[in-house]
Design a protein around this ligand. Structure first.
Ligand SMILES: *Cc1c(COP(=O)(O)O)cnc(C)c1O
Length: 388
């Protein structure tokens, strides 16, 4: 059977979901609310930049939606993660446990602190950091000293934090990870860039650790053009706000900055877009969940395995994914869909293979490599415009 024939059914099924004969992107943003109205308001008021009411409103709305005590807006998700890691105490020379199956921003943020990622394997069920693999690596390589700090057995390097990532919006095993972090004295920082709207045991992802971070890049479930958010407690929230706004002390006229701060604030014009987008988030999640249910049904008897949401979770199904039988089937699927004008994509190259992270400590990454050779993301835009 030719490649195009083998996947014709799937391609037709995808075209039916979007009722389109045009090119079908992997994930397009959707603007069906008050975006223009709010953005216009910032232009008419001239407050498009670093001052304006939409930033506070967006932070309050996200805090309320996620039930996080505090939310601090940033210029992008990478900046949010960088700030969170700094405030979690990650310093030059430290190690931070994370997964190799992630977008490069996770590891870049660790590197910005002068720290190094330690790559531990992921779980087949969640596609996120495996608590069993993490515990195994810690047992072999680490000890908790009398001062409560976790260090490597040989090199005496500090292992400060753990950054799991909720791949494609599917929540990791947060109870398992939390327990290990507590036991080993590590700070849990969730990279929840992909999982806005996803719940683990009815609680929002990004609210389980010391920090959680979100992204509002153009390809995420909602967008501010570019933007991010730090979810945390009240005290750390105040620290995060200070550090991301040039560490300026509140004063009516004088410029007094009390540490090296960052210009990581989200402009008001972007926050305006975010406020309008957030009003539609639940609708988007439910449209994406019903698309995922249709994929599940369609692929039930196929040789592609649809990635389902983990038990006990509500996934936002940011990106739908299938696991192919092998690498060659993956490549056929990628070629056939590309030829048919339907955008699909392999998963990121695992981080331990990138030149800047190839010397980082790592454990056995069998599942990471197995998945990396087989995952394909399928078109996942919320088919809102196509409602009859
Ligand atoms: C999108 C994303 C980020 C942050 O990206 P920005 O473009 O900086 O907002 C971080 N981690 C993961 C896993 C992501 O997918």
């Amino acid at each position: 059977m030719s490649e195009s024939l083998a996947f014709r059914g799937l391609i037709n099924f995808i075209r039916d979901q979007y009722r389109s004969k045009d090119y079908i992107p992997l994930h397009a943003p959707s603007f069906h609310g008050r975006e223009k109205e709010y953005v216009n308001e910032t232009i008419e008021s001239t407050f498009v930049s670093s001052v304006g009411a939409f930033v506070n409103r967006f932070e309050d709305d996200i805090a309320a939606y996620t039930k996080s005590p505090k939310a601090v807006a940033t210029v992008n998700g990478t900046a949010a993660l960088h700030t969170a890691l700094l405030l979690a105490g990650v310093r030059a020379g430290d190690l931070v446990i994370t997964q190799a199956l992630t977008f490069v921003a996770t590891c870049n943020a660790i590197a910005y602190c002068g720290a190094q990622p330690v790559f531990v394997d992921v779980d087949r069920r969640t596609l996120g950091l495996s608590p069993a693999a993490m515990e195994d690596w810690l047992d072999k390589n680490a000890t908790v000293d009398n001062d409560g700090v976790c260090r490597t057995k040989c090199g005496e390097r500090v292992i400060r934090a753990c950054v799991p990532m909720h791949t494609f919006g599917h929540p990791c095993d947060l109870d398992g990870l939390n327990e290990i972090c507590t036991q080993w004295g590590l700070s849990l920082v969730e990279d929840a860039a992909e999982s806005l709207g996803s719940l683990y045991h009815e609680r929002h992802t990004g609210t389980f650790g010391l920090f959680g971070t979100l992204s509002f890049n153009g390809n995420k479930i909602i967008t501010t053009g570019g933007g991010g958010m730090i979810l945390t407690g009240t005290e750390m929230g105040a620290r995060a706000k200070h550090l991301t706004t040039t560490a300026k002390q509140p004063h009516p006229v004088a410029f007094v900055h009390d540490e090296v701060g960052y210009n990581y604030r989200l402009p008001n014009i972007n926050a305006a877009l975010g406020c309008a987008q957030l009003e539609q988030l639940e609708q988007l999640v439910s449209a994406k969940r019903s698309l995922a249910a249709k994929y599940t049904e369609f692929l039930r008897n196929s040789d592609l395995t649809f990635v389902a949401e983990p038990v006990g979770c509500r996934s936002n199904f940011w990106l739908n994914a299938v696991i192919c039988g092998d690498e060659s089937q993956r490549d056929s699927l990628l070629r056939a869909t590309a030829a048919a004008g339907v955008m699909t994509r392999p998963v990121w190259q695992p981080m331990h293979l990138l030149p800047m992270f190839k010397e980082c400590p790592r454990d056995d990454l069998t599942m990471t490599q197995w998945l990396a050779a087989r995952i394909v993301n399928l078109p996942s835009s919320a088919p809102l415009d196509q409602k009859p």
